[in-house]
Design a protein around this ligand. Structure first.
Ligand SMILES: CSC[C@H]1O[C@H](OP(=O)(O)O)[C@H](O)[C@@H]1O
Ligand SMILES: Nc1ncnc2[nH]cnc12
Length: 290
């Protein structure tokens, strides 16, 4: 079967080309407005939905991105597979600027963001042991292949920002925490996608060596944008390859992403907050309805 594919574009990626019947749609959610309108259309006969994470014109900072609204809006549009694209710094010599890293693990160091759809009156605890979808991640690695070097896995350190890291932090993440790449937006996006039972893959495009590398200047925005611009064709290539790879999508995900809430809800049905349950219609309607 075909399924609608959602793409979240990061810094430097504010639209995607080549969509048939392209239309920017306004989507309302119970969590407020998403970062921007969502660009919908067909690519290779498959329904696509594209959302620029920071909004067109880069309006939202990593801390102010409306992560809950973004994930809810994509689910409301019928998206089941989310490919999140982001710029990142690298802690590994072998993960060089221009390379793509298919993130399979996260360390969440963010602290100023709402990280769950659930809360008082409807408590849920989903598993995050494997925060990305292995099926979708493998397909992203395949879709990215071409002129770009792709690393099939990597640990992404999500920092609050908006300032870049100090040298002491950079060394700590690299030498002691085992992080491979660093960015400011991977969390809570991945957590929320799991709560919403969406398959989520994270494609991190390396733009710099942060500030630890003795032979490279410390990261700044100019370097990030220069590297992203030089490699934009590789990001476009990835997106155009996705539909063909996802036409035979299994009805249920073998990784279980689409059943993440099966054993997660804790609040007794008679104790649930009706207003919160109503807000969860798109995210958790499968397990809450009825
Ligand atoms: C423009 S440099 C810092 C900025 O770039 C990354 O954005 P995104 O993850 O949305 O591609 C990083 O996380 C920061 O938000
Ligand atoms: N070094 C870095 N740290 C945090 N976010 C980034 N985005 C791109 N490069 C980054």
């Amino acid at each position: 079967m075909t399924a609608r594919i959602g793409v979240i574009g990061g810094s430097g990626v504010y639209e995607i080309d080549g969509l048939e019947g392209a239309e920017w749609q306004t989507v309302e959610t119970p969590w407020g407005p998403p970062s921007d309108q969502i660009l919908t259309g067909r690519l290779g006969g498959v329904e696509m939905a594209f959302l620029p994470r920071h909004g067109r014109g880069h309006v939202h900072s990593p801390s102010s991105v409306p992560y809950r609204a973004n994930i809810d809006a994509l689910k409301r549009l019928g998206v089941r597979d989310v490919i999140a694209v982001s710029a990142c710094g690298s802690f590994r010599e072998a993960m060089a600027p221009g390379d793509f890293v298919i993130v399979d693990q996260f360390i969440d160091r963010t602290f100023e963001r709402v990280k769950s759809f659930f809360g008082t009156g409807c408590v849920a605890h989903v598993s995050l042991a494997h925060p990305t979808c292995a099926r979708l991640s493998a397909l992203c690695a395949e879709a990215a292949a071409g002129d770009v070097r792709v690393h099939a896995k990597g640990t992404y350190l999500a920092m609050e920002g908006p300032q870049f890291s100090t040298l002491a932090e950079s060394r700590m993440y690299r030498d002691h925490w085992g992080a491979d790449v660093i960015g400011m937006t991977g969390m809570p996006e991945a957590k929320l996608a799991r709560e919403a039972e969406l398959c989520y893959a994270s494609v991190a495009m390396v733009t710099d060596y942060d500030c630890w590398h003795p032979d490279h200047d410390a990261v700044d925005v100019a370097v990030v944008i220069r590297t992203l611009t030089a490699n934009s064709k590789n990001a476009k290539h990835l997106v155009t390859q996705l539909p063909a790879l996802l036409t035979d999508r299994p009805e249920t995900c073998p990784c279980g992403c689409d059943r993440a809430l099966d054993f997660a809800l804790m609040t007794a049905p008679e104790k649930r907050d009706a207003a919160l349950v109503a807000k969860l219609d798109a995210v958790a309607g499968r397990v809450l309805a009825g």
